[in-house]
Write a new protein. Structure first.
Length: 284
């Protein structure tokens, strides 16, 4: 890892029609936590594309076809890989958006890589060497969420596993650290520390306000704090912001308490883009 005083030179990575890193403008990774149904997923993609096009912001569409790390065995997990990838293929075809989704097991890597532009390693699995290496070997961009149990400098080892496959198309995402029971806290120092790897760094503004397992059979969340943490993170000079969004978060089947209402997104993104422009020297 680069020394403390060394300037951060962050790789530029092309992801479909999006480029992230290299002091470029902030990129949005957004979508519903999980694919609830086809119609809603397509509406969300259409709305996100309209919002980001109006703001001149680049977008990567995110939705999970399976949420394998739910709190309860009875929790909604999504439509499964085959149906989920079919729906995501429609998003790509109809809206020309790069796609990101989670992989949870080795058997998912190859079929997911056929469609997805970004393979995401969930935070709980970021130390699973076989999964990380298999994702790296596909040549796809790999986004690794930093485990809630890891220090930011520990992500250098994860990056090393991926680079050992010959793949340097790596993105790292901060999503908060465990802080006692059912709570997370964000150490903003982690963002510049992880950027010393040379990898673009994303802040997950919605999972960082999650209260894991906080509702007994499901996780809670405090979406009212998304805007505050998001503004603070963008002020550090990060490369992307990750948000789970929903038309009606209180009715969402997964992560509703920490998801952002689509209706509230334009104003929030406008604030974040203004901060990003100042920090990266584009105005002011």
């Amino acid at each position: 890892m680069r020394s403390e005083g060394e300037s951060q030179v962050v790789n530029e990575i092309a992801i479909g029609n999006v480029t992230i890193g290299g002091n470029r403008p902030l990129v949005l990774i957004a979508g519903p936590c999980v694919i609830e149904n086809e119609a809603e997923t397509l509406r969300c993609a259409e709305r996100l594309k309209a919002i980001t096009s109006e703001l001149g912001m680049q977008l990567i569409f995110k939705a999970s076809y399976d949420k394998a790390n739910r709190t309860s065995v009875s929790a909604f997990r999504g439509p499964g890989m085959a149906e989920g990838l079919r729906i995501l293929a429609r998003v790509k075809q109809e809206y020309d958006l790069p796609l990101l989704s989670d992989i949870h097991g080795l058997e998912q890597v190859a079929p997911a890589a056929e469609l997805l532009d970004v393979l995401q390693i969930p935070a709980f699995l970021c130390r699973q060497t076989d999964l990380v290496v298999a994702a790296g070997r596909t040549g796809r961009v790999v986004n690794v969420k930093k485990g809630q149990f890891l220090a930011p400098w520990d992500m250098e080892n994860v990056v090393g596993k991926l680079r050992a496959t010959g793949n340097d198309r790596i993105v790292l995402t901060e999503r908060g650290a465990s802080f006692g029971y059912n709570n997370l806290v964000v150490d903003m120092r982690s963002l510049p520390i992880m950027r010393r790897t040379g990898c673009p760094v994303v802040f997950d503004a919605t999972h960082s306000v999650q209260l894991p397992g906080g509702q007994g059979g499901s996780s809670g969340g405090q979406r009212e704090f998304v805007e505050f943490l998001g503004r603070a993170a963008v002020a550090t000079g990060i490369d992307g912001i990750f948000m789970e969004v929903h038309e009606e978060p209180d009715k969402a089947l997964c992560d509703g308490p920490n998801s952002v209402r689509l209706a509230d997104l334009t104003d929030l993104l406008g604030q974040l883009l203004a901060i990003d422009a100042i920090v990266k020297g584009r105005k002011g």
